[in-house]
Design a protein around this ligand. Structure first.
Ligand code: PEP
Ligand code: MN
Length: 337
């Protein structure tokens, strides 16, 4: 249910209604919008709850939330959420660009990437230190040493760090070094991990599972929001289909669809979405044209010799070109990049 407060309702009235919601055994999420304050009351529905809240002081109306996800829904918050984490801002008029290698390999490699992508206009640096690899014999990442290299690259360039956390027990460690915690596609439905990042103060980039529906993605986001963390970015990174010409199938209609259903910003990953470096530039411009709030792109000084995902990774010059082209598309939509 949404408890919609009257315009001009006092903070005391809002607090009173929060206590009323909690006394019914429900969780209260206060969302202060430009026009009105609402309290999303989530939990198990019981007869009589709606009526008992309707008569509260300062309450305009109490309406049910029809979507299965509640706090993520636009019914609760019509205004778009802007997620800001250091140099990265996603969801406003500026398109955020997160760029960097699939994996952190050496201090020299990550620093060179950071300098090059910032120079080209990226607003955050990506790089995996904990890697979720399909094979246990593939490179698993440098772990804390990799996090330290990312932090050094941030100190040198000012770019916010986006890096993956693969297990609940690593959340505090990764949160010590990074501005944004990435939940990888394979972990989208690891609910204990979602709750753990939901309890941190760090922004979260939640990637869609390759076989998850958009509704399942939104319900996964709901776990993070429900745990108290409002700074969630959704990421379309492609889904598994019968099609084999690309690594995954990248459905860009997800972007405007999500904008209809949720206030959370939407980032697109054309690198994993296509799995081929030669397809990445056009899918970057297409993502911006489809209304993406952000891009996450794999970039490496020497893609051919990258320790992971080199075949879908751009070199510095290719990334520069992509940024130039995306900027033109962004301008056509009255956005900046
Ligand atoms: C990645 O970003 O390097 C990654 C592993 O992505 P995904 O979880 O989308 O496969
Ligand atoms: Mn990768």
């Amino acid at each position: 249910m949404i408890v919609v407060m009257k315009q001009g309702a006092t903070p005391d009235q809002v607090q009173h209604m929060v206590r009323q919601v909690e006394s019914l055994g429900l969780k209260a999420h206060v969302i202060v919008g430009a026009e009105r304050t609402v309290i999303a009351a989530v939990g198990v529905k019981r007869d009589g709850n709606k009526e008992s809240l309707e008569s509260g002081p300062g309450v305009a109306e109490v309406v049910p939330i029809s979507a299965p996800y509640k706090v993520a829904s636009r019914e609760v918050k019509p205004e778009r959420t802007v997620v800001t984490a250091g140099s990265l801002s996603v969801g406003g008029n500026q398109i955020g660009v997160i760029a960097g290698p699939c994996s952190v390999e050496t201090e020299k490699q990550i620093l060179a990437c950071a300098v090059a992508v910032r120079e080209a206009g990226a607003t955050a640096l990506r790089g995996g230190a904990f890697k979720p690899r399909t094979s246990p014999y593939s490179f698993q990442g440098l772990k804390e040493d990799g996090l330290k290299m990312l932090a050094a690259a941030r100190d040198a360039t000012g770019l916010a760090i986006v890096t993956e956390v693969v297990a609940s027990e690593d959340v505090d460690l990764v949160a010590k070094y990074a501005e944004v915690l990435q939940i990888g596609a394979r972990n989208m439905q690891n609910y204990r991990l979602l709750e753990a990042v939901g309890r941190t103060e760090r922004a979260v980039l939640l990637k869609r599972g390759p076989s998850a529906t958009v509704e399942e993605l939104l319900l996964a986001a709901e776990y993070i929001l429900d745990a108290g963390n409002p700074n969630v970015m959704l990421c379309e990174r492609g889904v598994r289909t019968f099609e084999a010409h690309t690594r995954f199938t990248l459905p860009l209609a997800t972007v405007p669809y999500l904008h209809q259903k949720t206030h959370l910003p939407v980032v697109v990953d054309p690198s994993h979405g296509t799995g081929h470096a030669y397809l990445v530039p056009d899918m970057c411009t297409a993502s911006v044209a489809a209304g993406a709030d952000g891009l996450i792109i794999e970039v490496h000084p020497d893609p051919e010799n990258a320790l992971s995902d080199g075949y879908q990774t751009l070199n510095f010059e290719q990334f520069k070109q992509v940024m130039r082209r995306c900027r033109k598309v962004a301008e056509a939509l009255d956005k900046t990049l």
